[in-house]
Design a binder for this molecule. Structure first.
Ligand SMILES: Nc1nc2c(c(=O)[nH]1)N[C@H]1C(S)=C(S)[C@@H](COP(=O)(O)O)O[C@H]1N2
Ligand SMILES: [Mo]
Length: 322
């Protein structure tokens, strides 16, 4: 059975049933009750990052993988983009209404050269490269996707961040006219994400503009989205309209909704379970579609990118800073 056919089956049979039901139940609960802030370390700050240097050769070794690719049809029809609904096929059918031109990004905060900039100017002079990255969703499925994009760090440097820029905050468009899901799901829109500055500057962190050699489809986050391959998929924020350099750890949409389940770092970590399910294995949606349901593989620390990124977290208790 192809994934396309599989998609006609309710998504709960593709994702682990308990996982899917759990997240939905949570969302329904929060749709009734306003978001509660559970006990957590919301206002604590982690220790500062070590000064790590990733050599260009180390970084490049993470730019490709020989693992089987996820088919284009599957990459573009099995999505999470809650602004267009919570079902996996909702974004591919509902996101066609998203207008991606003209598009501009407002850059502000702790930097010498803030400003609103058109998408084309943001990436001017940088040639999009192809990077084949794994993307692992916190729900337990993963894909291998050939992205097109530019290193986020190269883009951020243009705005001359100051020494107070310890984090970078990102915001997705939130337009209820174009995004029907905004009326229904309980996330506090706009969708927000953040990275520590060294994570944002890391050569693996990609500002993606396309996949499979084509411009990004709307459901995958057109016209530009993050891809942070060593973190759970939700850190890879889509359809970005705002970038802000900040001194304090910024709030993020999933942490805001449920801090005990979604931490700021969200590094892929098989040793730290989500409170309601294990993160030890994942179901790879790739290659021979007939084996779709058999492709259960172990989840690797940092999603397999430990050689490139583990040194950034030296001295950080990854159970506390999940
Ligand atoms: N704005 C926004 N970005 C988002 C999401 C979302 O709901 N809204 N979902 C995240 C989640 S949970 C995942 S797993 C990835 C999925 O990316 P893909 O659909 O391109 O595979 O996008 C992330 N980025
Ligand atoms: Mo996800």
């Amino acid at each position: 059975m192809s994934l396309r056919d599989a998609l006609k089956i309710p998504a709960r049979q593709i994702t682990e049933e308990s996982v899917y039901q759990g997240r939905r139940t949570l969302l329904q609960a929060f749709a009734i009750a306003p978001a509660l802030t559970l006990a957590g370390c919301a206002d604590a700050e982690p220790p500062p990052p070590p000064r790590t240097v990733v050599t260009p050769a180390q970084a490049r070794s993470g730019f490709r993988t020989s693992e089987a690719l996820t088919r284009y049809a599957d990459v573009t029809s099995y999505n999470n983009f809650y602004e267009f609904g919570t079902g996996k096929t909702d974004p591919s059918s509902a996101a066609k209404t998203l207008r991606t031109r003209p598009w501009s990004i407002a850059v502000s905060g702790e930097c010498a050269k803030p400003g609103r900039i058109a998408l084309d100017d943001l990436i001017k002079g940088l040639t999009p490269e192809e990077r084949i990255y794994r993307l692992r969703c916190v729900e337990g499925w993963s894909m291998v996707i050939p992205w097109l994009g530019v290193p986020l760090g190269e883009v951020l440097k243009r705005f001359a961040p100051t020494s107070k820029a310890k984090y970078v905050a990102f915001t997705t468009l939130a337009d209820p006219k174009q995004m029907p899901g905004i009326r229904y799901s309980s996330i506090n829109w706009p969708y927000r994400e953040g990275l520590r500055i060294d994570e944002a500057m890391h050569p693996l962190t990609l500002l993606a503009t396309g996949l499979y050699g084509k411009p990004l489809p709307q459901q995958n986050g057109a016209p530009l989205r993050l891809v942070v391959p060593w973190k759970y998929g939700f850190k890879s924020i889509k359809s970005i309209v705002e970038i802000k350099f900040v001194e304090k750890m910024p709030e993020t949409a999933w942490h805001d909704l449920q801090p005990s389940e979604y931490g700021f770092f969200s590094n892929v970590n098989p040793a730290v379970d989500h409170p309601r399910w294990s993160q030890k294995t994942e179901r790879r949606i790739a290659g021979d579609a007939s084996k779709l349901f058999a492709n259960r593989i172990p989840t690797l620390p940092f999603n397999g990118y430990a050689a490139q990124v583990a040194s950034m977290y030296a001295g950080l208790d990854l159970k506390k800073w999940y």
